[in-house]
Design a protein around this ligand. Structure first.
Ligand code: AMP
Ligand code: ZN
Length: 111
């Protein structure tokens, strides 16, 4: 989508610190980290909400979660991590393109 920050990052129209990319998704560093390590996994498919994703896209979310788990040591998340998806206004979603926050690198606050 033309105005989407994450689509622009993918196309190289905006700078980012990209840690990983394959044909399905990319992992970048969050520009405003809320933990010592704060990454975002972003599927290439542009959809603002989970209910707007294709079935393939939803299945990909599971694959991404698995890949994060398999690579946790490499990502500096040996001691644990938190995955989070904000959906809609009440959750404080600010970018209308599905993404999974990956938080860790320190003891996280309980909520
Ligand atoms: P959310 O509030 O769940 O929609 O999360 C959007 C996240 O994207 C926030 O944590 C922002 O800090 C992050 N963000 C916004 N713009 C950029 C950018 N250009 N590069 C990296 N992260 C970004
Ligand atoms: Zn997008």
């Amino acid at each position: 989508m033309e105005d989407c920050v994450f689509c622009k990052i993918r196309k190289g129209e905006l700078p980012s610190t990209k840690l990983y990319e394959d044909k399905d998704f990319m992992v970048i560093k969050d520009i405003n980290p809320q933990a010592k390590i704060h990454l975002i996994a972003i599927p290439h498919e542009h959809a603002p909400y989970i209910d707007m994703m294709t079935e393939e896209g939803v299945l990909l979310l599971g694959k991404i979660i698995h890949k994060i788990a398999l690579n946790r040591d490499k990502l500096g998340l040996k001691n644990g991590y938190r995955l989070l998806i904000n959906q809609g206004e009440d959750a404080g979603q600010t970018v209308g393109h599905i993404h999974i926050h990956i938080l860790g690198g320190e003891k996280l606050k309980e909520f």
